[in-house]
Ligand binder design. Structure first.
Ligand code: FES
Length: 181
C-alpha cells in the first residue's frame, strides 16, 4: 500500500490517498463532494473503511482526512472516541467475552482475566502472532449458557476459567492442521 506523499502537490496527495483506501470508500467520499456538512458523514466513512479492511490504520485515517477535507485531528478524534473502531489489525480469530449481566454474575470477569493472562493482551488488542483479538461485548442472547465466550461465529458456554486454555489450544491446533493456502 502506498503512503500519503510527503509533498505539497495536491494531485500527488490525492493519488496517494486514493491508493490507501478501498475503491468503494473513495467513491462514497467523492459522492459527498460539495456537501456542506461532510463532517457529519465521517462516522459512515470510517465504518466503511473498517468493514472493508477490518481496522483503521494511521494511513487510512490520513487518506480519509485528505479526500474528505476534514482535519486529521477530527478523524482520529472520532476513531479513538468510539470503542467500535479498531486501531489495530484484527487477529485471525475474534474472541468476544460477554460481559452482560447474566454472564457477569456467573464469573465473566474471571474468564476475561484468564483470557488476558493466557493471550498476554488486554481488551481491544491482538496477539503478536496475529492469531487472536480480544473484545468484550454485551448480551449475546444466549444467557442460558452463561458465562459465554464467542470465538468467530461459535458460542462457547458455560465456560470455566480452567477451560480457557483448552479452548484456545483447539483453535491453535486447527491452524496447525489446516492446509496451507
Ligand atoms: S448476558 Fe451473556 S449471553 Fe446474555
Amino acid at each position: 500500500m502506498s503512503t500519503i506523499a510527503n509533498t505539497d502537490n495536491w494531485l500527488e496527495i490525492k493519488a496517494a490517498a486514493v491508493a490507501a483506501l478501498p475503491p468503494s470508500v473513495v467513491e462514497f467520499i467523492a459522492s459527498l463532494e460539495g456537501s456542506v456538512h461532510s463532517e457529519s458523514h465521517l462516522i459512515a466513512i470510517l465504518h466503511m473503511v473498517q468493514a472493508e479492511t477490518g481496522w483503521l490504520s494511521t494511513e487510512q485515517m490520513g487518506a480519509v482526512a485528505q479526500l474528505a477535507q476534514i482535519p486529521l485531528a477530527k478523524v482520529t478524534g472520532v476513531a479513538t472516541f468510539y470503542h467500535y473502531f479498531r486501531l489495530q489489525p484484527r487477529g485471525k480469530h475474534m474472541i468476544n467475552v460477554c460481559l452482560g449481566t447474566a454472564c457477569y454474575v456467573k464469573g465473566a470477569d474471571k474468564i476475561s482475566q484468564r483470557l488476558m493472562d493466557n493471550l498476554g493482551i488486554q481488551f481491544g488488542e491482538t496477539t503478536k502472532d496475529g492469531m487472536f483479538s480480544l473484545e468484550s461485548t454485551r448480551c449475546l442472547g444466549t444467557c442460558g449458557l452463561a458465562p459465554v465466550v464467542m470465538i468467530d461465529d461459535q458460542v462457547h458456554g458455560p465456560v470455566t476459567p480452567g477451560e480457557v486454555s483448552l479452548i484456545l489450544e483447539k483453535y491453535l491446533k486447527k491452524e496447525k492442521t489446516a492446509p496451507k493456502a
